[in-house]
Design a protein around this ligand. Structure first.
Ligand SMILES: NC(=O)c1ccc[n+]([C@@H]2O[C@H](COP(=O)([O-])OP(=O)(O)OC[C@H]3O[C@@H](n4cnc5c(N)ncnc54)[C@H](OP(=O)(O)O)[C@@H]3O)[C@@H](O)[C@H]2O)c1
Length: 428
């Protein structure tokens, strides 16, 4: 029987669960993959820390980097996290020393994936990162294997469970952003510092990885990123009244040989598939030829879903399936043009909180016509007690740069009480 010697580096939320899973499911994994996975070594920052797993003393490495030189190790599983520091050192060294690598580290792959992939290819070892994107949703393997026949034109969806939980709870529980965020922290859905989830950075890392797989391109930083920090309950209610939901979506699409990557809150029709994805779930939608549209949804994070993805990667290595980390050889990856979204057209929702006085509305509509943005719908909600008014505009399709020009211009007006809002609409 063939054997694969494994070192797990990092024994936190994910590492401890994976350790237990591999121990308990060794037999079935061996039967399915015709190769025996053996945990030979482990490492973490603090050897003496109390963990909810029993670890044999002789499994501990003296230093985590020893794993990269040890002849008794075939596969290193990196579960430390972070784009720099020990995780980066470990993965570069491991691949240079011809060890297979499995990682759940989206930050590392989004930043150094191209360089790491070149080393893996040169040394004919695997670099697998299914767990880095959308937890248990098997989107990487689907793109590399199940959907290999297809020319992908667009990938989009909900890639961050924390922000989706916040937006859907604000909608369903009639609570403010802050109340919902506090609750998410209590339930363990949001980290104590949730900034990467809320400012769109987490989705951006995942989207970069997905778009390079879809379009056979190198990783590219030209990506528009906007998070959910400025969405308030009023926007959620307005969206509802207009027949929409607000979701934080990531999009990568190929239009006339140019790629657009964007992450932003989006108004989507209430009866669309994506609008029905609530709570911490993730959903990925792929448009390709000849297949048409494919949808995969599931748990996007947490030890159980992430372990499911890690085991899929480990099994691929157990079966001896060495492939290009980004689907095709680095030599064949395209240098496609990545455009920013200024010239993409969107219809949009704009909200202006203004002092309620004559002339304001006509001034705002003049600014729209000056920028050649035509108005599809306008709603004015006056609040007599506060002597203010909320003006909501739904536009016809217009270039993004003109929509932003309107926001910039109106922001400067004395009648504006709050920073105006712009939320793009996706009509599917
Ligand atoms: N949590 C999730 O739901 C989730 C989902 C998908 C992907 N991921 C990714 O999975 C990875 C791990 O996440 P996690 O939630 O398990 O993180 P975590 O709980 O913070 O665990 C990190 C582990 O790394 C160890 N570590 C830190 N510095 C080290 C060093 N210099 N040498 C060796 N070990 C070191 C820590 O050791 P000590 O235990 O001794 O402190 C700890 O065991 C990250 O890349 C994350 O983005 C997580």
């Amino acid at each position: 029987m063939k054997k694969l010697n494994i070192a797990i580096i990092g024994l936190g939320n994910i590492g401890t669960y994976l350790f237990k899973y591999l121990k308990e499911n060794r037999k079935i994994l061996t039967k399915k993959n015709n190769c025996l996975p053996i945990i030979r070594y482990v490492s973490a920052k603090n050897k003496n820390k109390k963990r909810n797993i029993k670890i044999n003393k002789n499994l501990w490495l003296n230093n985590y980097l020893d794993a990269t030189k040890n002849k008794n190790i075939d596969l290193i599983i990196e579960l430390i996290g972070g784009a720099e520091g020990p995780a980066k050192k470990l993965v570069f060294e491991a691949l240079k020393n011809k060890k297979h690598v499995v990682t759940a580290n989206k930050a590392l792959i989004a930043k150094y994936g191209d360089a790491l992939s070149e080393i893996a290819e040169k040394n004919s070892v695997n670099l697998e990162f299914e767990a880095a994107v959308c937890g248990g949703v098997p989107i990487i393997r689907s793109l590399k294997e199940g959907l290999i026949a297809n020319k992908i034109s667009k990938i989009y969806g909900i890639f961050n469970g924390t922000s989706n939980y916040i937006l859907s709870s604000m909608d369903k529980q009639n609570k403010s952003f802050k109340e919902v965020l506090d609750n998410a922290k209590k339930l363990g859905y949001a980290e104590s510092n949730p900034s990467a989830d809320l400012n769109g950075d987490d989705v951006s890392s995942k989207l970069k990885i997905l778009s390079s797989l879809c379009f056979n391109s190198f990783l590219n930083d030209n990506i528009y990123v906007e998070g959910i920090k400025d969405i308030d309950k009023i926007d959620i209610d307005n969206a509802n009244n207009l027949g929409f939901k607000i979701k934080l979506l990531g999009f990568a699409e190929l239009v006339n040989n140019k790629i657009y990557q964007r992450v932003h809150p989006t108004l989507i029709k209430k009866d669309s598939y994506v609008a029905s994805i609530d709570g911490v779930l993730n959903a990925v939608i792929v448009d390709g030829k000849p297949i048409g549209q494919t949808v995969i949804q599931g748990e996007g994070a947490g030890p159980t879903a992430t372990t499911s993805a890690l085991i899929s990667d480990i099994s691929s290595i157990l079966r001896g399936n060495i492939k290009f980390p980004f689907s095709i050889s680095s030599k064949e990856r395209n240098k496609l043009k990545f455009e920013n979204i200024d010239d993409r057209t969107f219809s949009a929702y704009l909200r202006f909180e203004v002092i309620d006085k004559p002339g304001v509305l006509s001034n705002i509509t003049n600014i729209f016509s000056k920028n050649k943005v035509s108005i599809k719908r306008l709603i004015q909600n006056p609040d007599k007690n506060k002597k203010s008014s909320s003006i909501i505009v739904i536009t016809h399709k217009s270039k993004d740069r003109f929509l932003n020009k309107i926001i910039k211009e109106v922001s400067k007006k004395k009648y504006i009480k709050k920073k105006p809002k712009l939320i793009r609409i996706d009509n599917g």
